[in-house]
Design a protein around this ligand. Structure first.
Ligand code: TYC
Length: 104
């Protein structure tokens, strides 16, 4: 436990600091390919990464022109689920779209 308890006679008077450890964060990236449609990538960014339409379009174009682009930063398990959701949805629609995660 983080923090120091101040005690008198073995009794806890007050906890001077909360336990505030943050989880390790991971970037989730979308990767470019030649076959996934731009419209589908925008849809993925809106539905899986909760982006507004203009931001989704901006990220999609960044991926398209630069090869990869940042979609969000999440705790490990959330990042894994996002990557999985992208791949599952893409395969259901017959697209080879890929996503990756890396430590922030
Ligand atoms: N390069 C794709 C095209 O020209 C569009 C695209 C953008 C694909 C982003 C994947 O992550 C991606 N249709």
């Amino acid at each position: 436990m983080a923090g120091t308890d101040r005690r008198t006679d073995g009794e806890v008077i007050e906890r001077t600091r909360q336990d505030t450890r943050q989880p390790d964060l991971y970037k989730v990236l979308l990767l470019n390919d030649d076959y996934t449609t731009m419209d589908f990538v925008v849809e993925v960014l809106e539905s899986i990464f909760n982006k507004q339409p203009a931001e989704a379009f901006r990220i999609m174009m960044a991926v398209h022109t630069q090869g990869k682009g940042l979609c969000g930063v999440y705790p490990h398990e959330v990042a894994e689920t996002k990557v999985e959701s992208v791949v599952t949805l893409a395969r259901e629609h017959g697209f080879p779209l890929r996503a990756a995660m890396e430590p922030e």
